[in-house]
Design a protein around this ligand. Structure first.
Ligand SMILES: NC(=O)c1ccc[n+]([C@@H]2O[C@H](COP(=O)([O-])OP(=O)(O)OC[C@H]3O[C@@H](n4cnc5c(N)ncnc54)[C@H](O)[C@@H]3O)[C@@H](O)[C@H]2O)c1
Length: 431
């Protein structure tokens, strides 16, 4: 197989379609390994930034990007017809939900139609976007075969989910095992070899459906366990104990337990969305994924619960939410990242604004956000702001915050993340 030899020699040209949180780090990883890489995105601005060596994703280092662009190993373009030039195509486009929380495959289908238009004999196509089991074979394959080429004979097709952990200092593309499932043996072999060039451990599975299910299962697992601990939080509050102390104590068990932490909800592009992909597909089989529905129900109620607890805390000081100055710390969906997609902090701000609270926020990673029709900008975290706020809400526990100093200055702190759990202070209320 000519393509297999090219992959082994790192000379196969790789096309990465969609240069976002998943695609840009992947493109840089292939280029750093010596592969010539063509990145394709519909946003001209992103393409220009890549070609100028300017990363817009925190996990991509400026030095690494500049270096691969300077060496001519990575080039970006908006010209989709150039997929003709590449040997392997990795598709990393978004997979959002519709307003009614159904899978929205518009990007995947649209891009597959484009690839089909320019598909060449011998090319390998790999979908990396998270989706429901069946997407690669039932949705993509027929579209690609409209090219007149036959899957498994003229071109190869596989699914390999991305497992990036944004903001992580411990896990990178290199040391995160990668699951691969092709529509046939040849496709699996090619895709396995491709990722083996940049990942220490590749895990081939029987087919794309298993690979697709693996990814959604991983995210459902997180979502369900977060919901479990969120529910326990509500009970602990009623029983007058600290859920944080319970979790820390349980985490001393060296086997059979894994800590998950409560919070104001779940955010990001994966955990709140992907379970719905599976729940929706399951209905085709007259099957109801009850854990998924229950977890979504519990997690989606958390911002409402947090707002009611803040309201109670203010009430105990003779204040109402209406008119109170609330300073929200952190609007990114998790600590130390700049991503606000589906962030529970935004939901909290929305609910607080609806209660007519006077809301401001600080986030060193996010300079502005739009909540409903309101444009908010991050305010400076001054002593004056901390002391004058009726309540400081820790919504995202960024590492850079000085929690001891915040707790000393604020009149009241509502901590949704356990960031202050080592501190003893009467003005701190925790989830
Ligand atoms: N962000 C994560 O942490 C993460 C982790 C694992 C898996 N995923 C999955 O990976 C996929 C991509 O997520 P992301 O976070 O990188 O999204 P993103 O929004 O950061 O990036 C997607 C990119 O695709 C581009 N794009 C959209 N349509 C295109 C098209 N037709 N042609 C070329 N470019 C196109 C967009 O302009 C954007 O730059 C999703 O399915 C997501 O669920 C994301």
């Amino acid at each position: 197989m000519e393509l297999l030899a090219k992959i082994r020699r790192n000379t196969a040209k790789i096309g990465v379609i969609g240069l976002g949180y998943v695609g840009l780090p992947l493109a840089v990883a292939f280029a750093e390994a010596g592969f010539p890489v063509l990145g394709i995105d519909i946003q001209q601005k992103r393409v220009d930034l890549v070609n100028n060596g300017c990363p817009y994703i925190a996990d991509v280092s400026r030095k690494a990007l500049k270096e691969v662009v300077r060496k001519g190993l990575l080039e970006a373009t908006t010209d989709q017809s150039r997929v003709k030039e590449v040997d392997a195509i990795c598709i990393c486009v978004p997979t959002p939900l519709t307003k009614t929380k159904d899978p929205d495959l518009t990007y995947v289908i649209g891009e597959t139609e484009t690839v089909s238009r320019y598909l060449q004999k011998g090319q390998l196509v790999v979908l990396e976007s998270t989706t429901y089991p069946g997407t690669t074979r039932e949705v993509m394959l027929p579209i690609l075969e409209r090219s007149g080429l036959k899957a498994g004979r003229d071109f190869y097709l596989a699914f390999s989910p991305e497992r990036v952990d944004p903001g992580s200092k411990n896990y990178s593309i290199r040391n995160t095992p990668k699951v691969v499932g092709g529509i046939d043996g040849k496709s699996t072999k090619l895709a396995t070899q491709l990722y083996s060039q940049i990942v220490d451990k590749v895990v081939p599975v029987s087919n794309p459906e298993v690979a697709e299910m693996t990814k959604v299962f991983e995210n459902v697992f997180r979502n369900v366990n977060i919901a479990l601990v969120n529910e326990l939080t509500l009970l602990c509050e009623k029983m007058g104990m600290s859920v944080w102390e319970v979790i820390d104590a349980a985490a001393t068990k060296p086997f059979g337990y894994m800590p998950f932490y409560p919070g104001p909800g779940v955010g990001g592009h994966c955990i709140p969305l992907d379970p719905y992909y599976l729940a929706n597909k399951a209905r085709e089989h007259d099957f109801h994924t009850r854990f998924i529905e229950l977890a979504a129900d519990i997690n989606e109620r958390m911002p409402y619960y947090v707002v009611s607890r803040i309201s109670d805390a203010l009430n105990s000081k003779g204040k109402t939410l209406h008119g109170s100055r609330i300073l929200v710390l952190g609007v990114a969906y998790k600590k130390d990242v700049e991503d606000v997609r589906e962030s529970p902090s935004l939901k909290l701000i929305k609910l607080l604004l609806e209660k007519r609270a006077n809301v401001s926020y600080n986030d060193p990673y996010v300079s502005s956000v739009r909540v409903n029709q309101n444009d908010l900008s991050s305010v400076e975290l001054t002593d004056e702001r901390l002391t004058s706020a009726d309540c400081v809400v820790i919504a995202t526990d960024h590492s850079c915050y000085g929690y001891r100093s915040i707790a000393q200055k604020a009149q009241l702190v509502f901590d949704t993340r356990g960031a202050t759990r080592k501190l003893k202070s009467k003005n701190i209320i925790r989830l």
